[in-house]
Design a protein around this ligand. Sequence first.
Ligand SMILES: NC(=O)C1=CN([C@@H]2O[C@H](COP(=O)(O)OP(=O)(O)OC[C@H]3O[C@@H](n4cnc5c(N)ncnc54)[C@H](OP(=O)(O)O)[C@@H]3O)[C@@H](O)[C@H]2O)C=CC1
Ligand SMILES: N[C@@H](C[C@H]1CC(C(=O)O)=NO1)C(=O)O
Length: 327
Amino acid sequence: SHRIRVAIAGYGNLGRGVESALAQNPDMQLVGVFSRRDPASVTLLDSSIPVYSMADIEQYQDEVDVMILCGGSRSDLPEQGPYLAKFFHTVDSFDTHAKVPEYYEALDQSARESGRVAMLSVGWDPGLFSLNRLFGEAILPEGETYTFWGKGLSQGHSDAVRRVAGVKSGVQYTLPSEEAIARVRSGERPELTTREKHKRECYIVLEEGADADTVRESIVTMPDYFADYDTTVHFIDADTFVKEHSSMPHGGFVIRSGNTGTDSIQTIEYSLALGSNPEFTASVLVAYARAVHRLAHLNDIGAKTVFDIAPGLLSPKSPAQLRKELL
Ligand SMILES: NC(=O)C1=CN([C@@H]2O[C@H](COP(=O)(O)OP(=O)(O)OC[C@H]3O[C@@H](n4cnc5c(N)ncnc54)[C@H](OP(=O)(O)O)[C@@H]3O)[C@@H](O)[C@H]2O)C=CC1
Ligand SMILES: N[C@@H](C[C@H]1CC(C(=O)O)=NO1)C(=O)O
């Protein structure tokens, strides 16, 4: 059977990660990268892969089985997602938690009209952490669920600060409250507000002539991303930025602490330690691209989240082979 023909829409940290993740999956083939920038200015890891202008993307419908959308959630995907679902089966990593319901509806309408599959919010949070929160609550209905991230670089929040007028480069680190983690791990099951669980720290290089106080205010008050957190903004020069803020580690964990019949305490914990947030997220996107391709062949169209995907669809192994590996 032929390899799955995959293309990338939007070439940033995630796009680069998808390019290298595809090289690790021999049943898939990267057929091209689409960018809003001049293709001549976009340098891939593998220079033999063609780069096309996003403006021409509709012409490639018959050459792409799955389009992996790697744009930013704050401003790119809300427009690119519903648009591209008209022409391609897609998968993206949309992570503006507050806006997921409306994004789902927009994708679902577009994908159903075109008879395509559009998977949203694939990654680790939302994505693998979402699945583990579901397992915890479905299996241990009596209990509490906690999610902690970091210390590490959030790409969604870094993308969001880069979109603020006056920001030349920017990253955002998420720091979990060690005190909150200790209380959860002790089995206390505390009520914790958003603000009590994490702090956010940004490092920004300003555009020439931009005003630091105005930029800081735009960031710390930003709804859905920073308004509910204690956020600090540091302004640094470009050399320091490149020297000290070029790696993107991250991670975190989901804990479900619950009680069963005889009041036994049961604890489920799922954790991630990521050397590269974008490369890991890209690896999740690529596994789900395989599932999207299979759903497309089953004509199981419309918007899908990780909750809708049978795990076997992620694996390159046949169902028969997987059954042999159950134990
Ligand atoms: N669900 C999850 O667990 C996760 C989700 N994410 C999501 O992934 C999204 C993308 O993250 P990330 O790849 O780090 O974002 P980037 O800022 O690296 O890229 C976003 C877009 O910006 C454009 N771009 C990239 N580099 C440049 C450049 N040098 N000059 C001009 N434009 C550029 C690209 O579009 P173009 O090529 O068209 O110019 C690209 O698609 C995040 O917004 C986040 O929401 C990330 C991690 C985990
Ligand atoms: N979507 C996040 C993945 C995790 C990290 C995170 C955070 O640090 O706030 N929230 O969810 C990302 O863009 O990195």
